[in-house]
Design a protein around this ligand. Structure first.
Ligand code: ATP
Ligand code: MG
Length: 650
C-alpha cells in the first residue's frame, strides 16, 4: 500500500495528441513559442505590453505594486474607462459600422448592434442611470435575461464608474436579496421576464420579492421583454424605454483609476456560500483583452460565440469585456439549447456563420447524449476554433466535441480559470500548443501556475497535488467584497504569499497540466488519494455512459469507498450486468483501487445553475446528512429523487 503523501495520485492515461493544423498556425495571432520564455523572464513587461494596447486617459507610473500583498495594485496611477475601451476606441475607423453584438432571442427574434449603435445606446442608458442619482462608486444590481439591455447596462455602469453586480436570472428572490444586501445596491435593473423553453421566467416577480421590506434599493429599471402584465410600483419602478427616451446621445466616460472597482460578482457556489469577488479596471481589462486575443485568436472577421450566461464570470470576460475590447463581433443567445429542438445551438452557428464557439463540458456531455444527428443537420463549416470552460472536460467529451462539432478541423482550447482569476489562466494557445484531450495544457504566458504538495514542495512531472499561482497577475481578484479577512483566509493562508486555487491538478511527463477537480472532492481509498475527475472520465469512456459523478463515502476498512452516480445515454436505470461492466471498465482503465464500490443510476445529476456537478450534495445524500447550502442548485427535484433512490437501496 502506498503512503499517503498528501498529493494526488495520477491515474488516468491519455495518449491522443492533436498538433495545431498548419493553416491555423499560418494565420494565428500568436504562433511563436518564444513568448513563454519572454513572459517568464519579465512578466511585468509582458503584461505592460498588452496594457499598452488599451486606451488610457493617463498612463500608469508603476506596473505592479505588491508591497501590500496579497492586495495587489496594477498599472498604478493610470486612468482609463472599460466602456471606452470596449466601444469608443473602435469608432474612428472601419469598425464603426461593424457588428459589435449579434443577439438572438429564444423565440427567434434577432438584432444586430454595430459599435456605433452600442455607443449610442450605452450613452443614453448611462445618462438615464445618472438621472436616477447613480454616481461613481455606487453599486448597481443587474438581474436580467440574456437580452441586449444586459450588455448595454453593464457597459453603461462601467462608463459612469458605477460597479455592476450581475445576478444570474435563474436565481430565486432569496438569492437575489442576499446579493443585493451584500452589495448594498441603490438601483436594480431587471425585466418583466425572459424566454426559456418557450415559457416566461418571471423576473419582475422575483425582483419585487427580493426588495420587499427593508432594502438598499431605491429605484428599479424594468426592461420590457416578454410584454406580459407586471406590477409597476409608482415612484420606484421605471421602464427602460421611458428612462432612455429623451436622454442625450453622448455621455462623457468617467476617468477611472486603474484600481477603481469595475464590478463585483458572486462565485457559482459549487463548494458552499458564494463569495462576492471584486475586480478592478486596468488589470482586469488587460487580462481579458490579452487572453481573448491570443487564446480565442480573435480576428477582424470572426463571429465569436460564447454560450455562457453573462451572469457568470465567463460571460463578463468572454462575451463582453474581452471580445469588445478587441473590437470583435460577439454573439449573445437568450434561451435554451433544446428549444424548439435539440439543434438550436447549431442552427445559430449556421445562421450567423459563427467562427468560434466557447461552451461548457456540461453542455458538451448533453449534446453527446442527444447524438450527432442534431449537429449533422447544419452546415457548421464556418467554425475554426472551439473552447471549453467550467469543469474538467472528460477526454471522451473532448474528442466528441472536436469530431462532431469541429469537424475534426478546429483546435479545442480547454480553458481553466475562476471567477477569482478574472481571465483564463491555463489554456492552449491554439497556434502553438499540441492538444491532449482532457488537459488544459499550459499556463498562459506570464502566469506562474504550479502544483504543490501539502507541505508546499513543488510537484514535478508525473505527480499530482494542489494547483497554486505564485506570482500576482493583472486580472486577479482584489478581494471579497466587504470581507478582507475572508479573502486572506480563503486564498492566501495555505501557502505564504501564494494564491491557493482549491483545485487539484497533475503534471504529465511533458509538464502538461491536468485539472483533477476540487481539492474537497478528492477521495481517499486505502491511502490512495484518487481524483473524482479521473474515475468519472473512465466511466464516461464507456459507450453506455453520458455523465458520471463520483464521491467518497465513509468505509470502515478503506477509509473511503467510491460511490458513482451515473447517467446512461439511452436509458435511466442499468441492470446488474451494466453495474458489473462499469466497475470492471474503471478497474481496467485506471486500476483496481479506483473500482467503484457502488454505482447508482440517475436521470440527472445535481448541478449548480452554472452547470457544474455538485458533489458535496451527493456526499450528503450518500452519508445520509442534511443537505448543505442548496441555493445555487439548478433543480432541487434531482437531489430529492436521488435521496429517495439511495434510501431505498441502502
Ligand atoms: P464556488 O467557488 O462558489 O464553490 P465555483 O468554484 O464553481 O464556485 P467559478 O468561479 O464559476 O465558481 O468556477 C471556477 C471553478 O470551475 C474552478 O476552480 C474549477 O474547479 C472549475 N473549472 C473551470 N474551468 C475549468 C477547466 N477548464 N477545467 C477544470 N476545471 C475548471
Ligand atoms: Mg471556486
Amino acid at each position: 500500500m502506498t503512503q499517503n503523501t498528501g498529493a494526488f495520485e495520477a491515474l488516468l492515461q491519455e495518449d491522443r495528441t492533436y498538433p495545431p493544423p498548419a493553416e491555423f498556425v499560418a494565420n494565428a495571432n500568436i504562433a511563436d513559442p518564444a513568448v513563454y520564455e519572454e513572459a517568464r523572464r519579465d512578466p511585468e513587461a509582458f503584461w505592460a505590453r498588452f496594457a499598452g494596447e488599451l486606451d488610457w486617459f493617463k498612463p500608469w507610473d508603476t506596473v505592479l505594486d505588491w508591497s501590500d500583498a496579497p492586495f495587489a495594485k496594477w498599472f498604478v496611477g493610470g486612468k482609463l474607462n472599460a466602456a471606452y475601451n470596449c466601444i469608443d476606441r473602435h469608432l474612428d475607423g472601419p469598425r464603426k459600422n461593424k457588428a459589435a453584438i449579434i443577439w438572438e432571442g429564444e423565440p427567434g427574434d434577432w438584432q444586430v448592434y454595430t459599435y456605433r449603435d452600442l455607443y449610442r445606446e450605452v450613452c443614453k442608458f448611462a445618462n438615464g442611470l445618472k438621472s436616477l442619482g447613480v454616481e461613481k462608486g455606487d453599486r448597481v444590481t443587474l438581474y436580467l435575461p440574456m437580452v441586449p439591455e444586459l450588455a448595454i447596462a453593464m457597459l453603461a455602469c462601467a462608463r459612469i464608474g458605477a460597479p455592476h453586480s450581475i445576478v444570474f436570472g435563474g436565481f430565486s428572490a432569496e438569492s437575489l436579496r442576499d446579493r443585493i444586501e451584500d452589495s448594498q445596491s441603490k438601483v436594480m435593473i431587471t425585466a418583466d421576464g425572459g424566454w426559456r423553453r418557450g415559457g416566461i421566467i418571471p423576473l419582475k416577480q422575483s425582483a419585487d420579492a427580493s426588495i420587499e421590506g427593508e432594502t438598499p434599493v431605491e429605484k428599479v429599471v424594468v426592461v420590457k421583454r416578454t410584454g406580459h402584465d407586471v406590477p409597476i410600483v409608482e415612484g420606484r419602478d421605471v421602464w427602460w424605454h421611458d428612462l432612455v427616451a429623451d436622454q442625450p446621445l453622448n455621455c462623457e466616460p468617467e476617468q477611472m483609476d486603474s484600481e477603481d472597482m469595475l464590478f463585483m460578482l458572486y462565485t457559482s457556489g459549487t463548494t458552499g456560500k458564494p463569495k462576492g469577488i471584486v475586480h478592478t479596471t486596468g488589470g482586469y481589462m488587460t487580462g481579458t483583452y490579452a487572453t481573448s486575443k491570443w487564446i480565442f485568436d480573435l480576428k477582424e472577421d470572426d463571429v465569436y460565440w460564447c454560450t455562457a450566461d453573462i451572469g457568470w464570470v465567463t460571460g463578463h470576460s468572454y462575451i463582453i469585456y474581452g471580445p469588445l475590447s478587441n473590437g470583435a463581433t460577439t454573439v449573445m443567445y437568450e434561451g435554451s439549447p433544446d428549444y424548439p429542438d435539440r439543434d438550436r445551438f447549431w442552427a445559430i452557428v449556421e445562421k450567423y456563420a459563427c467562427t468560434i464557439c466557447y461552451t461548457a463540458p456540461t453542455a458538451i456531455r448533453t449534446f453527446m447524449r442527444w447524438g450527432e444527428e442534431y449537429p449533422n443537420r447544419h452546415d457548421m463549416s464556418s467554425l475554426r476554433l472551439l473552447g471549453s470552460v467550467g469543469e474538467p472536460i472528460n477526454p471522451e467529451a473532448w474528442v466528441w466535441y472536436w469530431q462532431h462539432i469541429g469537424g475534426g478541423r478546429c483546435p479545442v482550447v480547454d480553458t481553466w480559470w475562476q471567477t477569482e482569476t478574472g481571465a483564463v489562466m491555463i489554456s492552449p494557445l491554439p497556434g502553438i500548443t499540441t492538444l491532449k484531450p482532457g488537459s488544459a495544457t499550459q499556463p498562459f504566458p506570464g502566469i506562474d501556475a504550479a502544483i504543490l504538495d501539502e507541505q508546499g514542495n513543488e510537484i514535478g512531472p508525473g505527480g499530482g497535488g494542489y494547483l497554486v499561482v505564485r506570482k500576482p497577475w493583472p486580472s486577479m481578484l482584489r478581494g471579497i467584497y466587504g470581507d478582507p479577512e475572508r479573502f486572506v483566509q480563503q486564498y492566501w493562508s495555505n501557502y505564504e504569499g501564494i494564491y491557493f486555487t482549491s483545485d487539484g491538478a497533475k503534471l504529465d511527463e511533458e509538464s502538461y497540466f491536468w485539472l483533477l477537480g476540487r481539492v474537497d472532492d478528492v477521495i481517499n481509498v486505502s491511502a490512495h488519494r484518487i481524483s473524482t475527475m479521473e474515475v468519472e472520465s473512465a466511466l464516461v469512456d464507456n459507450l453506455k455512459v453520458a455523465e458520471a459523478a463520483c464521491i467518497g463515502r465513509t468505509h470502515e476498512v478503506k477509509g473511503q469507498a467510491i460511490v458513482a452516480f451515473v447517467t446512461l445515454k439511452d436509458q435511466v436505470a442499468g441492470s446488474d450486468d451494466v453495474i458489473a461492466e462499469l466497475k470492471q471498465h474503471v478497474a481496467g482503465k485506471i486500476g483496481s483501487m479506483a473500482r467503484p464500490d457502488d454505482i447508482y443510476f440517475a436521470a440527472e445529476l445535481p448541478k449548480t445553475r452554472s452547470g457544474k456537478i455538485m458533489r458535496r450534495l451527493l456526499r450528503d445524500v450518500a452519508e445520509g446528512r442534511a443537505l448543505g447550502d442548496t441555493t445555487t442548485l439548478a433543480d432541487p427535484a434531482v437531489v430529492e429523487m436521488l435521496k429517495e433512490q439511495y434510501g431505498d437501496e441502502d
